[in-house]
Design a protein around this ligand. Structure first.
Ligand code: SF4
Ligand code: SF4
Length: 376
């Protein structure tokens, strides 16, 4: 549970409803839009790097009310979308091993790999179960001692602590039929790849709210200090997003580059030390390959040797088929913010949410799915 969710639980419902309604308040929104208009430079590109922001911006029509020279770009915000084809193929290879049950989030089952998907494998008789958390997967393993249960973990720092807790608990319980395929990633390396790419020219970053409840501000400081790029951590209601953009515009207007928090009801500067300690106990960072961005040192997680018995790849050594990227799919360029989904020749033709060619059309928070829903 995130700090934001924890705080929400402590409030009586009427207070919560009243307070959250402020974040949809048209008057507040209008004041922020006026500030954005007044402060925006002649031209600038702001990038959001969180799938929930991608959807909020699209749903609230925020792109359409930006000043003429302001571009809102979508970056690598959805962990399902950034999972490399090779990782999907590895999971499919694991799923074909006798007595294995794959447990994962619903979105992951629909992502096409080189020649199959988990959904297709399930239809062909393999064992694939949808769960809502790694702790559900752990319970499934306890209830099915005859199966080797593999949890496929994707996500950023918001979900990594939960996986760490599940692995720790499995070790305490002495479970021998539970392992994890870790495709978890962290944001800073990907942000560095984006801001240092001269072809992208990102001027400021709308930073993720949920992830930052865990990480706090520290991992983003390099953006301001080394690259002179301002960043604002913000929430997900329309007023949150507008406030984040207004704060970025003020920094650009004043020639400042700092990391600021607009989402103060959810994020503390130091993050969540307990969750960070859980990650650190079970995982070490490693090079991870991102769809669209390639291998990025330090941006992924590997299970520490002390917990190696819970590493699905170490235990099963799957034989993975050669990777074939989907022909014509521009997910890589979409995830870097180099093109919008409409520039992909498959968009709304051969690629739709019902028949996705690439992962950005699968996940409800993928850019292509958001464009399909709101900008078709
Ligand atoms: S679709 Fe799922 S995995 Fe992707 S960003 Fe949203 S919650 Fe995370
Ligand atoms: S529209 Fe489909 S094929 Fe094109 S980039 Fe998006 S997911 Fe890939």
């Amino acid at each position: 549970m995130s700090a934001a969710e924890g705080a929400a639980e402590a409030l009586p419902e009427n207070v919560l409803t009243r307070d959250l309604s402020q974040f949809k308040n048209p008057e507040l929104a209008k004041g922020l839009i006026d500030s954005i208009q007044a402060l925006a430079p002649e031209s600038c590109a702001l990038m959001e790097v969180c799938g929930t922001h991608t959807v909020s911006i699209a749903r609230a029509g925020i792109r359409a009310i930006m000043p003429e020279g302001t571009r809102l770009l979508s970056g690598p915000g959805c962990p399902v979308c950034v999972t490399a084809n090779r990782d999907i193929d590895t999971v499919i290879a694991l799923c074909r091993i006798p007595d294995v049950t794959i447990t994962t989030f619903g979105n992951m089952t629909r992502v096409p790999g080189s020649t199959s998907s988990l959904l297709a494998e399930k239809a062909a008789g393999r064992s694939v179960e949808i769960v809502y958390s790694p702790l559900d997967a752990l319970r499934y393993a306890q209830e099915h001692p005859e199966r080797q249960v593999i949890f496929v973990g994707v996500g950023f720092e918001t979900t990594t602590p939960l996986i760490a807790m599940a692995i720790r608990r499995a070790k305490q319980m002495g479970l021998t039929n539970f392992t994890v395929f870790v495709a978890h990633k962290n944001m800073p390396g990907a942000l560095e790849a984006i801001v240092s790419d001269p072809s992208l020219q990102v001027d400021a970053l709308i930073l993720p709210g949920h992830v930052s409840t865990i990480t706090g501000m520290a991992p983003y400081q390099f953006l301001a200090e080394r690259y002179g790029i301002p960043g604002v951590i913000t929430g997900f209601e329309p007023v949150d997003v507008l406030q984040g953009i207004a704060m970025l515009m003020r920094q650009l207007h004043e020639g400042r580059a700092e990391i600021e928090i607009a989402y103060t009801r959810g994020v503390r500067a130091e993050g969540n030390p307990v969750a960070l300690a859980a990650i650190d106990e079970v995982f070490e960072t490693c090079t991870a390959t991102w769809r669209g961005l390639g291998p990025i040192p330090g941006s992924g997680y590997h299970i520490r040797p002390e917990f190696a018995e819970f590493d699905a790849v170490e235990r099963f050594h799957p034989e993975v088929e050669p990777t074939i990227e989907p022909r014509g799919c521009r997910c890589g360029d979409v995830l870097r913010g180099a093109i919008t989904p409409k520039a992909c020749p498959h968009f709304n033709r051969s690629c739709t949410p019902e028949n996705p060619v690439g992962p950005c059309m699968v996940s409800s928070e993928g850019s292509c799915a958001a464009y399909y829903r709101y900008y078709r």
